[in-house]
Design a protein around this ligand. Sequence first.
Ligand code: C2E
Ligand code: CA
Ligand code: CA
Length: 705
Amino acid sequence: MDSHDTAFLAWHFEPVLSVAAALLAALACYVALDLSHRLAGERLRASAPWLAGAALVLGTGLWSVHFLALAGRPLNLPVGYGGALTLAGWTLGVLFSAFALHGAFAGGTRPGRRVAAALALAAAVVAGPALYVSDMRLAPAPQWQPLLPALAALGVFVLCLACGALLAGARGADWRWRAAAAGLGGAGLAAAQHAVVLAAQVPEGAVSLHEHGWLADTTLALLAGVATPALCVTLLALSIMESRMRRALRAAIERIEESSRTDALTRLPNRRSFEARLNAAARHAAQSPSAMAVLFVGLDQFKPVNDSFGRRIGDLLLQAVAQRLRVAAGPRALLARVGGDEFVLLLGPEAGRSESAAMAQKLLEALAEPFEIEKRTLSLGASIGVVLYPRDGSLTTAMANAEAASHYAKRNGGSTFAFFEPRMLGDAREQVELLRDLRHAVAKNQLELVYQPKVHAPTGEIMGVEALLRWHHPQRGMVSPAAFIPLAERHGLIVTLGQWVIEEACRQARVWRDQGLRMRVAINLSVHQLRQPDLAGRIAAALKRHQINPNLLTCEITESAAMEDAEGTRAIFEKLAAVGVHLSIDDFGTGFCNFAMLRKMPAEELKIDRSFVLDLEASADARAVVDAVVKLGQALGRKVVAEGVETEGQAQVLRALGCDVLQGYLYAKPMSAKALALWAMNDVGPRAIEFSASLFQETQPVPVH
Ligand code: C2E
Ligand code: CA
Ligand code: CA
């Protein structure tokens, strides 16, 4: 039959159904895109379920568009379907969708895969409607116009590439871009399928041979309008749930990773993370050398705070310290917490000696102000070791070297910084050995107390002695307390040593007493001992054991230790005063003197620090300080003692200023108990000094004339 003689039926699509079909197509596209973005960078085996879901939803979506649009019977002709070709069209749609989605999403950015994907979808869009229309078995058969399907295929091809461009890069992960692409794609696919259908020229009077078959157009329209949206919504819900779970999982992993990199207490990077950054910096520096510095910050006096006030206060203090260090270090330096009371700072690039010194000074200043933690005033210092790169060797040893320098700074009194020098490494090794030996010093009887007289300034008579600890090391000989007391304090040995000192001083006082010498003895207490709740009890017990009158014992406590926790110190001072011992504030003028507290402290004595005495003859400032301390002592009714008096000139100034008691090499160096007793009894001493008559009271035999 000649086509020119034939009249054809006109297709009349219902606009509402067409729009519904386009919306369904957009929904299916969106869900397919949503599921498919999981394919990126994954192996097919791992992502196969997602690909299957996406292909199913897109293929079914395309299939539904057709049957939904045809629900309005655009040919005004009752039709039915054979089923086989419809099934083939659906299968083809699903398979081609799978190919297209895999190519577009799992194929990375390779353009060939994208083009193949677009071609596959174009083929599915043209083949599907052709098969469905064929499945109606129209008789006479429709004549197909090639132009419209060709245009539709071209349109779909271009559209697919456009959607691919729309979702390129990070945009693919954003649901809004996916929605935009789905809207565009859905409308385009629906229009293309319509166009293919329009290409079928159905002769007038044609009938569908499957009209009364098992698969009515209404059944398929129902499936398309109900089952497909249900499928879309189900898969979308699944996808959303999975995305949420994935996000929650990723957040949990990030938290764990983050906590393995940061210190939980201060939120600063931890040692591991710092070392990783340091290694990275080292690698970088190997290529483009630049000056860097590592500052190791060890806190002084942190352990006693922790021991005496408990972990909680200690933790709060560390947080406050971290905060101050963070502010002082600034945003460009890398600050980390690498140990209980240890922090490190990486400075660079272009951090030379002067920059590092300035930074160390800044950090020290940041910590100098006392901390207010839960109404307590706590003071801390820091010892900072500085390593310069490349001057001091490789960055990999920088941490250890900086730590050695920090220990060196601490041994030199703390609250200072030191640049690393190779000899400090030996020091660190030596410290370990020294500590090992110190643990046995008490048991091995290697400790001794030596005694240095305290002289009454106006009369020059000996008023009492200060007991100073000595360690006779089997190999090293005499080790200075300045070397081993800080070590003992750092490693928790000081309480044992301190207890030995209390016991030994009382025992010696008893021995002298039995020899007829009523000697006043002063002992030094470490800040760690002050934090012992039973310190007063222990001292009282020792005094009782040796039957020593408590007012013969003086406890010297450094000003910085006393003011570290002024309230706590006051409580312990009151307990000690209740025992009846005298109290003396040692190294006065070097710590943070809180005048209000000082007033309330039941201390009898202020001991001006040696540094002021040393400068007395040369420096007007030192004289002014001593003068002020004497005036303060007088105002508060406290005795003022000057220690470290080495010259007659110093003694004169001190006397003129009104000091009550003098102590120093000018009068006597610390001496053994025996030497002191001999001097007292037989007047064989370093200088012709009288022992105060009061020392012999009760026991001195009445001179017989
Ligand atoms: P400190 O309590 O300030 O003791 C005074 C130090 O100055 C002693 O040093 C003493 O020998 C020294 N000294 C005395 N007169 C002079 C002088 O005229 N010139 C100079 N240059 N120095 C003088 P030492 O015995 O080496 O003790 C050093 C520090 O070790 C003491 O300083 C004290 O803080 C601590 N220490 C000593 N014995 C004990 C102890 O039994 N327990 C505790 N916790 N600390 C102790
Ligand atoms: Ca002292
Ligand atoms: Ca002192």
